[in-house]
Ligand binder design. Structure first.
Ligand code: ZN
Length: 331
């Protein structure tokens, strides 16, 4: 037998011995088996990604509103209630984003702790004047079809806080602490994972700032049909203007479109964006009539499926910034 094989066997034996010794000091016999993962439910795909990054191998994440879904108008099923029943931690955005969450948590009878990920973020007011067609209490009136994302009522505060990377860092800390509280044994894992992820997000923040800085200030003005970018706008100095005077609930009139064309010219808009979950027909029609570039699909409230342009939060921010800067520069 060659010497190296002997050494390897000896080494394996020593490792086995070390493992046995380690087992001997662990009080619970259950610990010898594969430890059960902490069941965590996240309300929507972006939070699901955060939880997966921070929880790593210790958690099993179930996301209620998956990639491409619309958490504003989600209608939970009995399967969702069941997922909640088995959960130890439920992570929601808060700020009125998931109007259905509180009732679902209550109805499920879950004993899970509820972590409101936006805790600690400075909330901004919803941009009421940019979409004054969204009357209060209108939510129940409109049809929940896929074209209706822009037509929901956001309430008094803007819930889309994750669109600022600095806020995402706050989310990470809140989620990390929520996981530690529910699973104190995993403390070191959660601290380590969160610290690594925070480093990545800090680098991402710098990347976004550098990209926006490359655009002449006068060109940082775009139109979207959904007001999900208020925090992004505040953080990075890009103006997102709503298609003014146009209802997202109904076909625009010729007069409304003419008004919007005037707005695009008067406000020196450089690009018009279509988002996921938004009917693109309106913005594309406007782009055609003004010659303003249609910049593509920005991801606002949901990640893309795997293999798409925004399967993770970091990918989503990168994708959005790349589209925005390219369109604003006019390259
Ligand atoms: Zn939204």
């Amino acid at each position: 037998m060659p010497m190296s094989v002997v050494r390897r066997r000896l080494l394996a034996g020593l490792i086995g011995l070390a493992a046995l010794t380690a087992l001997a000091v662990i009080p619970s016999p259950v610990a010898a088996e594969e430890p059960a993962k902490l069941p965590v439910v996240a309300s929507f795909s972006i939070l699901g990604d955060f939880v997966a990054r921070i929880g790593g191998e210790r958690v099993a994440v179930t996301t209620l509103v998956g990639p491409g879904g619309d958490a504003h108008v989600f209608e939970p099923t009995p399967a969702d209630a069941k997922a909640l029943q088995g959960a130890r931690v439920v992570v929601v955005n808060g700020l009125g984003f998931e109007g259905w969450a509180a009732r679902l948590v209550k109805a499920s009878g879950t004993k899970a702790s509820v972590v409101v990920a936006s805790t600690g973020v400075t909330a901004r007011a919803a941009a009421e004047d940019d979409h004054d067609d969204h009357g209060k209490g209108k939510h129940a009136d409109h049809d929940h079809g896929k074209a209706k994302h822009g037509g929901h009522d956001h309430g008094a505060v803007d819930p889309h806080a994750w669109q600022s990377v600095a806020n995402a860092l706050v989310y990470v800390t809140t989620i990390r602490d929520g996981l530690i509280a529910a699973d104190p044994v995993g403390r070191e894992t959660y601290l380590g994972n969160a610290a690594r992820y925070a480093e990545e997000l800090t680098a991402l923040e710098a990347e976004v700032r550098a990209a926006v800085a490359s655009v002449p200030p006068g060109r940082r003005r775009v139109i979207t049909s959904h007001d999900a970018f208020g925090y992004f706008s505040d953080a990075y100095g890009i103006q997102f203007l709503a298609p003014r005077g146009i209802s997202t609930d109904a076909e625009p009139t010729a007069k409304a479109v003419a008004g919007l064309i005037r707005q695009i010219r008067a406000e020196k808009i450089t690009a018009v964006f279509v988002e996921t979950m938004t009917d693109g027909r309106l913005v594309e029609r406007i782009a055609k009539e003004t010659g303003v570039r249609v910049g593509g699909e920005l991801y606002a409230d949901a990640l893309s499926p795997k293999g798409g342009p925004a399967p993770t939060y970091v990918d989503m921010v990168r994708h959005n910034v790349k589209l925005l800067t390219a369109a604003m520069i006019g390259s």
